[in-house]
Each structure stands twice: as structure tokens, then as C-alpha cells.
Design a protein around this ligand. Structure first.
Ligand code: NAD
Ligand code: DAU
Length: 363
């Protein structure tokens, strides 16, 4: 087999979106994937258990900022594309401790870009033009919207407000510059909030599902009226595949679910679904568990994505409704108790104490 023709390198492929992407790629594309992941607290090999003995998936523990490791991988596997999912991804953690965010999201992306550029420059004509570096980024780089503002298009100014979004914004600028200066064929995607199987329970939906199942408080920040645009993770993965296949080098594509919801509505929907799924639960009605707590500092009020470019130019649109996706997600957490108990141990408990102990109830 000519590995150059088919192998892709995915970074951060043991995390939530990266693992979903790898599983979808193996199932639907069926070509080899090399998966480089540092296995931070958010990386979990259990997410990849179903491809553990699949010869098309090669996993390597390592850091995107470790240039010798990345250079060796590129030389050995000769990928036709590199997809960069690796990041520190949680806004609240970035507020508590920003250093790792700068290290991985900014410095790590810089080092990865340099290693990839050196590899790409050695490729023969044809292969060089066909190569792609796809950078997975976020809508948070655009800042916060008012209630009547139009949704974020690709032309929206960058106005990042958290250490996380600032580090991702910086990485987007590096990717753009490596295209304009060196000609590296890059693609950037800026996506809205994802939810679905394998999400580490620190983000709103995964956290609230597990707390509600376990009868713990559901701590809604501030007034609960902040708005996010929700996308089921497999739809994000299919959008990335579409951009990889048909996106134009140097272009940016926004990805979203056309699904704006206030946080309190999301939490109430989780509670109602659990009431239906668990008629014998001692915690019904689960809405009784909702508490309003001290707000996140610098909390962005509203995100919304204008998906017209990716729909018009590449023909992609989401396939899973919020109601279907939420049911699938809740069912997945109910059916995967072992996965849940493994991730809820150790470091996770320290995080809960650090983030929630100081947030006194406000109602
Ligand atoms: P995640 O935190 O679940 O996973 C991140 C993965 O990256 C983990 O497996 C971790 O071990 C790995 N990683 C961290 N630092 C690394 C390093 N230095 N080298 C190699 N691997 C490293 O994150 P996620 O939610 O899956 O997000 C994936 C990407 O998508 C991120 O770039 C994030 O910014 C972006 N994104 C996420 C969302 C969302 O709602 N979760 C939305 C839009 C964009
Ligand atoms: O928009 C895309 C981004 O979405 C991604 O780039 C990030 O990686 C991802 O973490 C996510 O960022 P948010 O800050 O929007 O997601 P989070 O799940 O942390 O919070 C969603 C909303 O829910 C936000 O308004 C804060 C609120 N929230 C969150 C938690 C964890 C609560 O009210 N209570 C909570 O306990």
C-alpha cells in the first residue's frame, strides 16, 4: 500500500471530538489514521477501545510541541493530511490556570506547524499540492454577541475574551500566517459547542447529565440566560471531513448547529429527558436539582454561527436535531457506567473542588 496516498495524522484523537472523528473515519472512510495524543486528563484511550486491534489505527502518546517526535512521525507515516484537534479546551480551567493553554494551543500549534512545513516542503509535486493541514478551532475566537446581533460569519472580527479563546485565536492567526507566508495548504474550521458520547464531564451537557443521574446539584452560572449554538459531535466530524475533502486552501469555514439555546433551557431539557428515561429515579423531577451559582468571570453572553458559507460552498449541513442528539447522549452516559466511573475519579474530583467549592448558591 502507498501510505502517502491514504494515511492521515490526527492530533488529540483520544479526546472527545478527536476520538469521535477517528471512529467515524475508520468506519466510513476506512483509511489509516495515525493518532498523536499527549493523554492529558481529557485524553482517554477507552474512547478508542473499539479500534484497539484495528490495524488501520496507530496510537502514539506524545506532545504536538515535541518537534523530534512529530518530525519522526511525519517521516515514517508520510501522511497526506494533518488534522489538529489537540488542545486544552475548557474555558473554566483556562481561567484557573492559563499556562497549559498557551503552551499547547499557541506554542504547540506553532511547533506543529513548523514540523509540518518542513515535511511538506520535501514532498514531491502533486503530493505537495494535495497535502492539507486542517486546524480545528472554535467560534469563541469571535467573542460575544448581543441578543439581536447577526450570527458569526467568517468575516467577523476576532475578539477573544477568555485565556482559552485568546490562545485559540492566536493559533488561528499562526495557521493563517503559515499559509500566506510559506504557502502551506491550510484549512481552518471554527465550530460552535459540541455535545455527545465520550465528552469529559466538565462541559455543560456532559456535566449536567452525570450530576442529574447521580442526584447532585446542577450549578447554572449567573442567570442561566447565556446562549450557545449546539452541534452533535458526529455532525462536527462530518463537517471536518467535508472541509478536508472539498475546502479551499487558505479558507476558513464556520460550523454550527443552527440551534441556539439558553443554558437553563438545555439543563431543563436534560432533566425532562431523564425523568422519562428513569421513571423510578429517586431524583425525579430532576429540575429540583437546579441551583444558580456565581457566574463565570468574563462569561460570553451569546454564541451563534452563520453556516451559510459551508452550506453554500461545500454542501454540508447538520443531520442530527438537538432533541435526537440529547437523547442519544443521555442514553450513552446511562449505558457506559464503567467509562463514567473511570473518568470521575482522581483528578476530576480535584477539579470539581477547585471550580465549584467557591461558587456559593445565589438562589
Ligand atoms: P478535549 O479536551 O476533549 O480533548 C483534547 C485532546 O487533546 C485530549 O485527548 C488531550 O490529551 C489532547 N492534548 C492536549 N494537549 C496536547 C498536546 N500538547 N499534544 C497532544 N495532544 C494533546 O477537547 P475537545 O472538546 O475534543 O476539542 C477538540 C478540539 O476542538 C480543540 O481544539 C477545541 O478547541 C476544538 N473545539 C471544541 C469544541 C467543543 O465544544 N468541545 C467546539 C469547537 C471547537
Ligand atoms: O463554543 C465552542 C466552545 O464551547 C469550545 O471551543 C470549548 O472547547 C467548549 O468548552 C465550549 O465552551 P463553553 O464555555 O461555551 O462551554 P461550557 O460547556 O464550559 O459551558 C457552556 C455554557 O454553560 C457556558 O455559558 C457556561 C455554562 N455552564 C457551564 C458549566 C460547566 C454553567 O452554567 N454551569 C457549569 O457548570
Amino acid at each position: 500500500m502507498d501510505r502517502y496516498q491514504s494515511t492521515i495524522l490526527v492530533t488529540g484523537g483520544a479526546g472527545f471530538i478527536g476520538a469521535n472523528f477517528v471512529l467515524q473515519w475508520i468506519a466510513e472512510v476506512g483509511k489509516p489514521v495515525v493518532n498523536l495524543d499527549k493523554l492529558t486528563y481529557a485524553g482517554n484511550l477507552a474512547n478508542l477501545a473499539s479500534v484497539r486491534s484495528d490495524a488501520r489505527h496507530v496510537f502514539l502518546q506524545g506532545d504536538i510541541g515535541d518537534t523530534p517526535v512529530v518530525a519522526k512521525l511525519l517521516a515514517e507515516y508520510r501522511p497526506c493530511a494533518v488534522l489538529n484537534f489537540a488542545a486544552e479546551s475548557h474555558v473554566d480551567r483556562s481561567i484557573h490556570s492559563a499556562g497549559e493553554f498557551i503552551e499547547t494551543n499557541l506554542v504547540g500549534t506553532f511547533r506543529l506547524l513548523e514540523a509540518v512545513r518542513h515535511y511538506w516542503q520535501t514532498l514531491p509535486a502533486g503530493h505537495k499540492e494535495a497535502f492539507r493541514f486542517l486546524h480545528v478551532s472554535t467560534d469563541e475566537v469571535y467573542g460575544s454577541l448581543g441578543p439581536a446581533d447577526p450570527a458569526f460569519s467568517e468575516r467577523h472580527n476576532y475578539q477573544p475574551n477568555s485565556p482559552y479563546s485568546a490562545s485559540k485565536a492566536g493559533s488561528d492567526h499562526l495557521v493563517r500566517a503559515w499559509h500566506h507566508t510559506y504557502g502551506l495548504p491550510v484549512l481552518t474550521t471554527n465550530c460552535s459547542n459540541n455535545y455527545g458520547p465520550f465528552q469529559f464531564p466538565e462541559k455543560l451537557i456532559s456535566f449536567m447529565i452525570l450530576n442529574a443521574i447521580q442526584g447532585k446539584p446542577l450549578p447554572v452560572y449567573g442567570d442561566g440566560q447565556n446562549v450557545r449554538d449546539w452541534l452533535f459531535v458526529t455532525d462536527h466530524c462530518s463537517a471536518i471531513r467535508t472541509v478536508l475533502a472539498r475546502g479551499l486552501p487558505g479558507e476558513v469555514y464556520n460550523i454550527g448547529g443552527n440551534c441556539e439555546r439558553t443554558n437553563i433551557d438545555v439543563v431543563r431539557a436534560i432533566c425532562r429527558t431523564l425523568d422519562d428515561f428513569l421513571p423510578d429515579s429517586a431524583y425525579r423531577p430532576h429540575e429540583r436539582l437546579i441551583t444558580f451559582v456565581k457566574d463565570r468571570p468574563g462569561h460570553d453572553r451569546r454564541y451563534a454561527i452563520d453556516t451559510s458559507k459551508i452550506k453554500r460552498d461545500l454542501g454540508w449541513q447538520p443531520a442530527v436535531t438537538f432533541e435526537e442528539g440529547l437523547q442519544q447522549t443521555i442514553r450513552w452516559y446511562l449505558d457506559n457506567e464503567e467509562w463514567v466511573s473511570n473518568v470521575q475519579s482522581g483528578e476530576y474530583r480535584n477539579w470539581l473542588a477547585a471550580n465549584y467549592a467557591q461558587r456559593q448558591m445565589v438562589t
